[in-house]
Design a protein around this ligand. Structure first.
Ligand code: GLA
Length: 734
């Protein structure tokens, strides 16, 4: 019976194809081209969109129109290269979109209607392509924002309908890309608390490889929405075609990499459809998150630099600005502090020479004081015992000391032991009939509820209204979502399956309000370590906390992996008690980003204290190069016993080179390191920085070499078991 009806459907479909084939329309070619690469989309004889080319961009735009006959000969790609694959009609592979119409029917076809290009300036354009279902009043607009010079594309989809009632969106990808090549290698990143961003690279074989998250809030704790696809061979730093991508969505995501039966790659990326059928009302636009990607023909190094330039210039809040160095009290006090202890720490911060003191967790809660992680979260009033004079007093005291003051909040969360929980149980995500499940003794507030959005906005607003001089916020998010259920959606008669999406949309609404009122104040994005960092969030945050694991050896690897996708100005690195390495090693590693301290500085011996102060001064002298310069990964710690990375000022007049020994094995000999990004015609004076007083460098003080020499013959930083970390500064000399 089933077989017969299936056969009938297939016949119907075939018949449909034949009928449609009669209505041939003029072929439309739409190139999505950056400076170096292009994706070419074309209509087929039935007005459906096909991706017919992915590769280097052509000099003459008119040449793209001739691709179809040369490239996708005899329609050999059949159904696989659809530019946005619908389901329930002709498609038999993984769809990009799947819907249930208002009348319960599950079929969708999408035909090209029109497209337009908006040129925003000489570098930026937006191409939008309108597709419509021929039967239902249902439409999809594919949008591509193109930054030509940076070779970056941000792609998203807008979905809308005019049906009589809500349509259920069962799957609604941001992008559906198609690549033809012989071999594809996927690098993905997985992790856990204190083990974030661990890489894996594997050749994609036929079938679907999915990377996804179902954690709800700190969605990228176990799997990251950042990935690399390398074409023809495994990814390498300086050659080969590679795509670096990220789904810029702070919630559940899904990336499907499908090798089809012609060995081509279909990539479908978007919000995870897992329990997330979204009910879309008529005439409302559902905008998916963006898939952001860059393609380089010169390996991962160039791809990262493109992404960094783009992120600093166009995405990250104040990406081209300054950052504040800081002293954080988390690891030196945990929850155990009072005003006097904090005032001593202000002095330490001042003496060290950092810009700001950051007060971490534990400053709030009275009925349920926040003296450990099992109480008080949600009650954002100063704890009267610890801080009898309130935050205002602390801000003033810090200012008197000559440093700025910042504060930790975790506004999306609640401990069951809190007044907030007692007053507003209906604001908490929980199954009313089931036992609660905690993650770090806490639950998540329901940000799909506008009242909760007001509450979360109010926490930040209140802090700034009462303390206008507050200079920094660390916004944490420790728990995942268990027992996903919203009392608010229930009350509104909306489906529970909207929750994961509406939570994140609610979070973005709050952050937009915060930024509308406080556009500049620096904020650190933290998530019980690094379970949250994406470009949609970094529109609102100046930086992020990559991991609670600050062991510098671990950090060399972790920061290496983050560096593929994020510029160093966004990465917060603190010196803590983690790791057995010398203080110098820790400071050097932390200097490859935004430097901070989380130590009891007063307990350092005089030599170490002096060294720290000197290292901060050094950092202040070269931080501009690390924050705004071009980064080159020189020696890969996964492939050798060393790591080396350098940053070059855009005018090539200065550079800093970080070198590390990453093993304890006996008698390791380092080859000269080939530097990159310098001007071959310039001469550079090489100086070793961050040496303890009284230590002389094994590098002669007057070493001057040309950029040409340094990039071809290289330079030996003399790393060995006694010199496990070597920081070099290069300055142009005449
Ligand atoms: C998380 C953060 C830490 C610290 C604690 C405070 O674990 O990652 O840096 O702020 O919360 O509870």
């Amino acid at each position: 019976m089933i077989n017969n009806s299936l056969k009938f459907t297939v016949l119907q479909l075939l018949f449909g194809f034949i009928i449609c084939a009669n209505t041939i329309s003029a072929q439309i070619t739409i190139p999505i081209a950056t400076r170096d690469n292009a994706i070419v989309i074309m209509t087929d004889s039935e007005n459906r969109l096909r991706t017919v080319y992915f590769g280097k961009s052509l000099q003459n735009e008119s040449d793209y129109a001739t691709i179809s006959s040369k490239y996708s000969e005899g329609n050999k790609n059949e159904i696989f290269n659809s530019t946005y694959t619908p389901s329930g009609t002709w498609n038999l592979v993984e769809p990009a979109i799947q819907v249930k119409h208002a009348d319960g029917n599950s079929s969708l076809d999408l035909k090209y209607v029109s497209h337009k290009t908006a040129q925003l300036d000489s570098n930026i354009s937006v191409v939008s392509i309108l597709l419509k279902d021929p039967i239902y009043p249902f439409e999809v607009t594919l949008c591509y924002k193109i930054w030509a010079n940076e070779n970056v594309i941000e792609q998203w989809t807008e979905i809308k309908h005019k049906e009589k009632k809500a349509v259920l969106l069962q799957k609604y990808a941001s992008a559906n890309l198609y690549f033809s090549d012989n071999n594809f290698y996927l690098s993905s990143f997985h992790g856990d608390w204190a083990k974030e961003m661990q890489p894996d690279e594997a050749k994609l074989v036929s079938g679907i490889k999915s990377i996804d998250s179902k954690l709800g809030t700190r969605a990228m704790l176990w799997q990251s929405p950042n990935f690399m696809v390398s074409f023809g061979k495994p990814a390498s730093e300086n050659d080969g075609m590679v795509l670096l991508g990220q789904l810029a969505w702070t919630g559940n995501f899904k990336l499907d990499f499908e090798i089809d039966r012609h060995q081509n790659l279909r990539l479908i990326a978007g919000i995870n459809p897992y329990t997330s059928e979204y009910s879309l009302l008529p005439n409302v636009i559902f905008k998916t998150p963006s898939l952001i990607y860059t393609v380089s023909n010169q390996g991962t190094g160039e791809a990262s630099r493109n992404l960094h330039n783009w992120a600093r210039k166009y995405k990250v809040l104040d990406g081209q600005g300054e950052r504040l160095t800081l002293l954080n009290n988390w690891e030196s006090t945990y929850f155990d502090f009072d005003e006097n202890k904090l005032k001593d720490l202000f002095k330490d911060a001042k003496e060290l020479g950092v810009d700001l003191f950051l007060l971490d967790d534990g400053w709030f809660g009275n009925k349920y004081p926040r003296n450990s992680d099992n109480a008080g979260l949600g009650d954002w009033q100063e704890n009267k015992k610890k801080l009898p004079n309130g935050l205002g007093y602390l801000v003033k005291e810090a200012t008197k000391e000559g440093i700025k003051f910042g504060i930790w909040i975790e506004p999306e969360m609640v401990n069951p032991k809190s007044e907030l929980y007692e007053k507003h149980l209906d604001w908490v995500i929980r199954q009313p009939e089931r036992p609660e499940i905690y993650f770090r003794n806490q639950l998540v507030l329901d940000l799909s509820n506008p009242e909760v959005q007001d509450f979360v906005f109010g926490i930040v607003d209140d802090l700034f209204v009462k303390n206008p001089e507050l200079a920094f916020i660390k916004w944490d998010c420790n728990a995942v979502i268990y027992n996903a259920y919203s009392a608010y959606l229930n009350k509104k008669g909306l489906p529970q399956s909207n929750l994961y999406v509406d939570y994140i949309k609610g979070l973005y609404k709050v952050l937009e309000r915060v930024r509308a009122k406080y556009p500049k104040v620096p904020m650190m994005l933290c998530s019980g370590g690094g379970g949250r960092a994406d470009y949609e969030m970094l529109k609102h945050f100046t930086e992020f906390w990559p991991s609670d694991n600050t062991d510098p050896l671990e950090r060399i690897f972790m920061q290496w992996n983050y560096s593929f996708f994020f510029p160093s100005i966004t990465v917060d690195n603190h010196i803590t008690h983690w790791g057995k390495q010398p203080l110098k090693f820790k400071i050097d590693v932390a200097s490859m980003g935004k430097l901070g301290f989380d130590i009891e500085a007063s307990k350092l011996n005089e030599k170490d204290k002096l060294f720290c102060k000197q290292a901060i001064e050094n950092y202040n002298s070269f931080k501009d190069v690390v924050w705004h310069g071009d980064m080159y990964r020189l020696v890969n710690p996964y492939q050798s016993d060393f790591a080396a990375l350098m940053y070059v000022k855009p005018d090539q007049s200065r550079a800093v080179v970080f070198n590390y020994l990453t093993t304890n094995r006996f008698n390791i000999i380092a080859n000269p390191i080939l530097l990159k990004g310098l001007d071959p015609n310039k001469k550079y004076l090489i100086k070793e920085l961050n040496l303890y007083q009284g230590t002389t460098s094994s590098i002669a003080a007057d070493t001057v070499l040309t950029g040409d020499f340094l990039m071809k013959v290289g330079f030996k930083p003399n790393i060995n078991a006694q010199r496990t970390s070597v920081l070099l500064e290069l300055k142009e000399v005449q």
